[in-house]
Design a protein around this ligand. Structure first.
Ligand code: C2E
Ligand code: CA
Ligand code: CA
Ligand code: CA
Length: 279
């Protein structure tokens, strides 16, 4: 019994160490990921539901690790936020996205908008404004083409700072979307006072459409709210034709999701732009 207990204790210590090691390894590897060009941006198209035209792209980061393979942003973004690497990574994302899309536009492709996800750590007045200004200058991308996606909880937990930053972004001409809308705790009166452009209906509500009546009601309420506030509205995670049709019929402006396309590597995205231009 004594032995069993000891064995168990060793086992649990080992497991814990293994876990910490892999976190540490991942953290160290992430430091080199940028300079070794292991980070990539993939692009997911968004479509205008009324016209069927391309409305924009959202860029989503990918980490292609030589041994571990493709690592999800859900796994490494939290690590990067913890150790501060999100600052140089976020800077790289902004520059890479602006440059890539500006190149496509110069080649003649119609890409009305590029949406970039922001982390809470990047949402600082001293940092963000200069990063965004630089990325626009370096690429030559017009400011109105860039949309920054921030989560509802980020804005609401730091409402006063957020208002100031959003106003400055507005002056730059950059657009702002609230990501995962409906999952945070927005006060509607505060929402009214924020200089926003777009609400993105969270995938968790789209999932239940058309079967779950409450999800349909929530989606429709967000669509009406956006219309009343004069905002654009995008449904994310649209996977089926039925979902697309219900959203279109309720007046939702735009949609993105596997029904149209999974996120694509830059070369695959370019091929899609080429085939859309031929139609
Ligand atoms: P998000 O901004 O809510 O992005 C949407 C996620 O849903 C993406 O996962 C996308 O691939 C996935 N998705 C899109 N359409 C569908 C669909 O029809 N069905 C399903 N089941 N999923 C769909 P991904 O690429 O793994 O990104 C996860 C999260 O990582 C993002 O959530 C975002 O919060 C974060 N992220 C991604 N790229 C960046 C970045 O460059 N910077 C920062 N700070 N965060 C990022
Ligand atoms: Ca997003
Ligand atoms: Ca989202
Ligand atoms: Ca999400």
């Amino acid at each position: 019994k004594e032995m069993g207990k000891n064995t168990y204790q060793f086992y649990s210590i080992d497991m814990n160490m293994a876990h910490q090691m892999s976190h540490l390894n991942l953290e160290n590897a992430l430091r080199f990921a940028l300079e070794r060009q292991q980070l990539q941006l993939w692009y997911q198209p968004q479509f205008d539901l009324a016209t069927g035209q391309l409305a924009g792209l959202e860029c989503l980061i990918r980490w292609r690790h030589p041994q571990l393979g493709l690592i999800s942003p859900l796994e490494f973004i939290p690590i990067a936020e913890e150790n501060g690497l999100i600052i140089p990574i976020g800077d790289w994302v902004l520059n890479e996205a602006c440059q890539c899309v500006q190149r496509w536009r110069q080649q003649g492709f119609v890409v009305p908008q590029i949406a970039v996800n922001l982390s809470v750590r990047q949402f600082r007045p001293d940092l963000l404004l200069s990063q965004v200004t630089q990325a626009l200058q370096n690429s030559g991308l017009p400011a109105h083409v860039l949309e920054l996606e921030v989560t509802e909880s980020l804005i609401m937990t730091r409402i006063n700072e957020a208002i100031a930053i959003l106003q400055q972004l507005k002056q730059l001409g950059v657009k702002v979307a609230i990501d995962d809308f409906g999952t945070g705790h927005s006060s509607l009166s505060q929402l009214k006072n924020l200089p926003l452009d777009t609400l993105k209906i969270d995938r968790s509500f789209i999932e239940g459409i058309p079967e779950q009546a409450d999800d349909v009601v929530i989606a429709e309420t967000i669509v009406i709210l956006a219309q009343k506030l004069g905002l654009n509205v995008v449904a994310e995670g649209v996977e089926t034709q039925a979902q697309m049709q219900v959203l279109r019929d309720m007046g939702c402006a735009c949609a993105q999701g596997y029904f149209y396309s999974k996120p694509l590597s830059a070369p695959d995205m370019e091929n899609m732009l080429i085939s859309m231009a031929k139609q």
